[in-house]
Ligand binder design. Sequence first.
Ligand code: 13P
Length: 340
Amino acid sequence: MNRSELETIARAMVAKGKGILAADESSGTIKKRFDNIKVESTQETRRSYRELLFTAPAAADYISGVILYDETIRQKTKDGTPFPQYLQGLGILPGIKVDMGAKALAGFPKETITEGLDGLRERLAEYHGLGARFAKWRAVIDIAEDIPTAFAIEANAHALARYAALCQEAGIVPIVEPEVLMDGGHTLERCEEVTNQVLAAVFAQLHSHRIHLEGTILKPNMVISGKKCPMRAAAQQVAEATIRCLRRHVPSAVPGIAFLSGGQSSPEATEHLNRMNVLGPHPWELTFSYGRALQEEALQAWGGKPENVEAGQKAFLRRAKFNGLARSGAYDAKQEQAAA
Ligand code: 13P
C-alpha cells in the first residue's frame, strides 16, 4: 500500500466545490428508477443514460468522482471510449461499488449484513486495472422498535473494515458507507442515537483493522427524522445534529465526509449540506455523494427519449451546481426558482 497515493486520491475526491456522483445502482435498483419514468431497463438504455450523465458539459466543474457499477465500468461511450477512461480524461475519478448487497442476517430477523468479501482481493485488482481508484461498500442499518441490535451494528462495522483494508492494500480508497435508513417513523433523536452507535462501532473497527484514515472517505447518512415521522425535523436541526454526531466520532485525520441522500428530495439534500457547511469551519471537507438527489430531476427531464438528452444533462448540471455551491455554504434556496 502506498499511503501517499491513497491520500492524494482521497483529497481529490473531496476537492473544494465538488462532490461525488453515485451512479452505481445495481441492475435491480436502476430498473426501479426506470420503471418510474416508464423506460425499459436494458443494457443499452442503462448505457445511454449513464452516458448522458458522464458527458454532461462541464460536469467536472462540480463532480470529482463517479461511482460505477460492475456493468457500467465495462461499458463505453457511443464512440467507443471505455467509461473509466472517458471520465479520467475529464479529470473525474472513476470509482466502483464492490459490495454484493445487504442480505438477511441469519438469526436476526429484519436485520441485514452486507456481503461481498469472498474474492474481493481479486475483484479489486481487476477493477484497479479497469481504472477504478476508489470503491464503495454500503452497510444498511434499519431503525424499528427492537432494531438495530448491537450485534448487527458490530457485524456490519467489521465487514466494512475488512473491505476497507483490502481496498487500501490494492491502492484503492475505500468509501466507508454505514447507512442508517430514514424509512421508518422514528424521530431525529432516535436517528442520532443509532448513528452515534454505528459511527462509534465503525471507527473502532477501522482502528482495529489498521485502516489508514487519511486515505479513507466516510459516507454517512445525515441525522434526520424518518420519512414516516409525524413531526419532521427542520433543516437547521438536521444540520446541527449531524455535525454534533460527526464531531463526536470522526477523527480529523479523515479528509472528507461525503453524504448519501437516502431518500431526501433533491432540494432538501442540497439545503442540508449547505447549512452544515455554514456551520463550519470543520476538520474535514463536507460534501455530497448523492445518487437519487443528483439524478431524480435528470431522469424526469430525460424520460428515456433521445431528443431529451440535452434537457436531462441540463437538469443534472443544475443540481450538481447547486450542490457544488452548498459545499461552501453559498447555496440559497431562492436559486431554485430563479434557475427553474
Ligand atoms: P442515495 O444518495 O440515493 O442515497 O444513494 C447514494 C448511495 O450511493 C447509496 O449507496
